[in-house]
Design a protein around this ligand. Sequence first.
Ligand code: PA5
Length: 544
Amino acid sequence: MAGETTGVEIVDAALAGEAAPFAERLVADQVASKLASQDATLWGPEAESEASIRLSWTTLHKSSRPLIGEIEALRTDLRSEGVDRVVLAGMGGSSLAPEVITATDGVALTVLDTTDPGQVADALAGDLERTVIVVSSKSGGTVETDSHRRIFAKAFTDAGIDAARRIVVVTDPGSPFAELSEKEGYRKVFLADPNVGGRYSALTAFGLVPAGLAGADVARLLDQAASAAETLAADSVDNPAVKLAAAWTAAHEKGAEKVVIATVPSKEGGSVLKGFADWAEQLIAESTGKQGTGLLPVAVEGPDSPGFADAKDDATPVAVGQAEGTAKISVTGSLGAQFLLWEFATALAGRLLGINPFDQPDVEAAKKAARSLLDNPDKLKGGEKPSTVDGAVEVFGSEGVSTEGKLADILRAFFDSAPETGYIAVQAYLDRLDDASTSLLRGEVAKRTGRQTTFGWGPRFLHSTGQYHKGGHQNGVFLQITGAVEQDLDVPDRPYTLGVLQHAQALGDGQVLAEHGRPVLRLHLTDRAAGLAELVRAVQEAGE
Ligand code: PA5
């Protein structure tokens, strides 16, 4: 199709010149071909044991083929029973790829990667008679996904539907979910290749099963990846992954560690890869954000967005699609090809940056803090008093964060505490389907402060940029937004509700960030709609 040639163009001439030595180094060391043949020594002795069980993604365009028939057969069976609504429960690497695949193909998939009771209630309110839930978890132990499984199993049973017939599991062999599936007799278990990590799993069962069941053309996706595989394995300065990794590294060396990513439609009418920036954000942040270094991905709405259009020296705007406006790099290609290209580029950048791109050492800390809060419910209820209340917004701050005065003053002081070349992370523990003004916040904050601004839905981002926040460059400030829960949902056979879990996740991550010495400002909306409107106004006032 026109506009789908797989390629990377470093549009900015200075950056192209700076990238050249890094590209030549990768070529001289034959890193691309060694990566394609799954050489686990490329990231040094410390990373070798992890890398040795994480590299099967380089050949998934071949090894995943047998899945296509299995998925199609199950889809046909389900449809013959009138089951054509697919809900996916999965976090991070277990949901971001199917979300992009289905959005790009224009097929419906309800993704649950949240603990927001309102958002989960919305998914439950769909037609259960027509619903199958795909429960996807590599580890088989992720609390959000297990909660969704419990909630849906009960809802099916309450509706007189045989729950086991409506649950499909994707997991690694031997995981708790694999065992449970056998015990409960779930309809089908897809055991994924265990030698692929979550964020590299787009072309494994984790990406293909939910997307294929929803009706996306997953065979074509594998064809697209296959068409790029040879080019990506070449030890050449023209290899698009080599170019991309070299450009990111050169920019990083000059203090531009932020990679601002916008998808743009191709001028020749090629497809728009909807949601691709969110997928790439996880891949890059979790893979590189460690040991106090890394690349901070900033996913933005489009090439005109604040942060992209007005990027300064601390950021590299990357267009997914043909270069537009201020883009310094453009990456083109079909979705399947781009999955593989960005995975290659990230692994190559890991080598140049001197980090292990396959672990996520700081993700566990936030989970542990949330678990400890769940074990001490008193700390969650009433144990915290706001420093200030302004309308429908309660204000809480970590040590050293000013919480005095009106909301606009508090925000102004908070934003000013971010270094000019640092970043502001907006983290909304809210319903992402509920209020459009929430996602407008990123642009507003970026525009008013002139600082690079990321936006993450909690707890979704904990499985993505959360690693970078704690492990990457320590120059971020963190604005958490939590909200009152109108109607909570019980998690069957668990001593907490979804609302309590969501709250514990926000507080837990806030604690860990504060322990890293990062400024954390939490704004709790006692009335979500009113509080959000006040917040947007206060952000605008703070930037005047
Ligand atoms: O890339 C990763 O490893 C993570 O983002 C995981 O995908 C995420 O935490 C979900 O894990 P799991 O699939 O084990 O539920």
